[in-house]
Design a protein around this ligand. Structure first.
Ligand code: NDP
Length: 323
């Protein structure tokens, strides 16, 4: 496993992180979740990503349990606040009240005294940004949070957050957007704004939730046990990756399989390695429903792709790339 600096900060992260959206506390049994975490640790993954909202807070509890005996200093534990986690009108958003309460809940479930990177999961249009950043600043000064990040914020929101963070002297260091061979929308504005603000990208869904594993064959039934077929996974899969579950896209994806093989990779490894070719990416967060997937995907760490391979990927996927 190789390690990269996170933005302009002094923090280093494993260039592949393990995330537990949909899987822990929902799609997979706790024993399998723990085996995935153990496999990730053995492979050198030190950065773990979760959120209070994942599996309605259960994902944090499963991860906390799986990591409870691990030396805290040897891992980077990252979680998020914003999406609703209860039925109360304050159980959501980025108000001071919710941030403080949510952070305490996450610390309890994760069985830790501090969070390494605490993300605003989405922008909150109903709360003044000053209120949000002042709350983050207090958490940093209390030692409950070491660094601040944001997820899926646009360039303007990142720039305004960075200005406040500078005023408050708090380390705002990460942006967490979706990024894959098929979904490249950050390249135009988010990446330049992040560079300007000193943020590194910790990106999600490198396999487009499994589409870029090649296992969804055109005109075939959904594979048994896959996220698209799983009760816990299907709604999220359909919402965010459903657009690619089409014969033309899946046929193009199949053309990437021999290309990956030519350079000694599997398609999931090629997809993760593709993200890692971009130096503005500090870490790519993989998801896994079983340990074998972790074992396979971590082999993308350290892989250098020839520019000719990058061009051929673009030629194959071009009509379906979201920019
Ligand atoms: P991926 O695109 O890596 O999809 C992971 C899923 O693909 C696995 O659960 C598995 O599903 C399938 N898969 C993985 N490896 C293989 C393989 N080698 N062969 C075949 N199938 C494979 O990432 P996720 O969509 O899971 O996102 C990763 C993480 O990013 C999340 O856990 C979360 O931490 C973060 N995230 C952040 C968001 C945000 O808004 N900030 C939003 C979404 C995710 P299966 O076996 O069930 O088919």
């Amino acid at each position: 496993m190789e390690y990269r600096k996170l933005g302009n900060s002094g923090l280093t992260v494993s260039e592949i992180s393990l995330g537990n959206w949909i899987t822990h506390g929902a799609q997979v049994e706790d024993g399998i979740a723990e085996a995935c975490v153990r496999t990730a640790l053995d492979a050198g993954i030190t950065t773990f990503d979760t959120a209070d909202v994942y599996s309605n807070t259960k994902a944090e509890s499963v991860l906390g349990q799986a990591l409870k005996d691990i030396r805290r200093e040897s891992i980077e534990l990252c979680t998020k606040v914003c999406h609703p986690t209860g039925t109360g009108h304050n159980d959501r958003g980025l108000s001071r009240k919710h941030i403080m309460e949510a952070c305490n809940g996450s610390l309890r479930r994760l069985q830790t005294d501090y969070i390494d990177v605490y993300y605003a999961h989405r922008y909150d249009y109903n709360t003044p940004l000053e209120e949000t950043f002042l709350a983050f600043s207090d958490l940093v000064r209390q030692g409950k949070v070491h660094y601040i990040g944001v997820s899926e914020w646009n360039a303007d929101q990142i720039a305004r957050g960075a200005a406040l963070a500078k005023e408050l002297h708090i380390p705002f260091i990460a942006s967490q957007p979706q990024y894959s061979m098929l979904w490249r929308v950050i390249e135009q504005e988010v990446v330049p704004a992040s560079d300007q603000a000193g943020l590194g990208q910790i990106t999600w869904s490198p396999l487009a939730q499994g589409i870029l594993s090649g296992k969804y064959a055109p005109n075939a039934a959904l594979p048994t046990g896959s996220r698209a077929a799983a009760e816990a996974g299907a709604p999220f899969f359909n919402k965010l990756a459903g657009q690619w579950l089409r014969e033309d896209v899946l046929t193009a994806v199949q053309q990437l399989v021999p290309l990956a093989k030519e350079i000694g990779l599997t398609l999931p490894q090629l997809a993760v390695a593709w993200v890692l070719q971009h130096t503005y990416v500090s870490s790519v967060i993989i998801g896994a429903s079983r340990p074998e997937q972790v074992l396979e995907n971590v082999k993308a760490s350290g892989v250098k792709l020839d520019p000719a391979i990058m061009t051929r990927i673009d030629e194959i996927l071009n009509p379906w790339i979201e920019r």
